[in-house]
Write a protein that binds this ligand. Structure first.
Ligand code: NI
Length: 173
């Protein structure tokens, strides 16, 4: 397994809709494993393929945060929300492509998501709490959408300017 470089906003690849995955191949399973390793190392709780420059509908996540609890690494191919609650919850979100920036985002509190797993099997699960927020945030990435797109334009521009500066500093380092 290997740790992949994570794209930092602004990047045109983070604004594009990703393509559906056909058959889940060994190459895609390898990509999912590499993305999980990249996510754990960051550390983060979710990562979408466009964030590592691959425009395929794949996301990985693990929102287990209780200390000592077993990890639950998940890889979701072609995930889609098939039901969303009217109830809304607010979480302070962040993103590995927008380091050190956090903001409150409202989303449906609970969602039912359908996807294809690493063995090609169809799955469906009801997500609540942090899992629900995370899976929606990651599916947004597959549609070229970032959590800052939910913020007021001024706040979004401020964060984008900070990221442009960060990228410039990193390029120089
Ligand atoms: Ni993100």
């Amino acid at each position: 397994m290997s740790v992949l470089p994570i794209l930092i906003h602004p990047d045109p690849r983070l604004k594009k809709a990703a393509e559906p995955v056909g058959e889940v191949t060994d190459e895609l399973r390898q990509l999912a494993d590499d993305m999980l390793e990249t996510m754990y190392k960051a550390p983060g709780i979710g990562l979408a393929a466009p964030q590592v420059g691959v425009l395929s509908r794949l996301l990985v996540m693990d929102c287990v945060k209780e200390e000592g609890a077993a990890p639950r690494p998940m890889a979701l191919f072609n995930p889609e929300v098939v039901w969303a609650s009217d109830d809304v919850s607010t979480y302070e979100e962040g993103c590995l492509s927008i380091p050190d920036q956090y903001a409150d985002v409202d989303r449906p509190a609970e969602v039912r998501v359908r996807w294809v797993d690493r063995d090609g099997a169809e799955c469906e699960e009801h997500f609540t709490g942090l899992w629900s927020t995370c899976v929606q945030h990651e599916i947004d990435h597959l549609d070229g959408k970032l959590f800052i797109d939910y913020l007021k334009p001024l706040r979004r521009q401020m964060i984008t300017r900070k990221m442009v500066k960060l990228k410039r500093e990193r390029a120089r380092a």
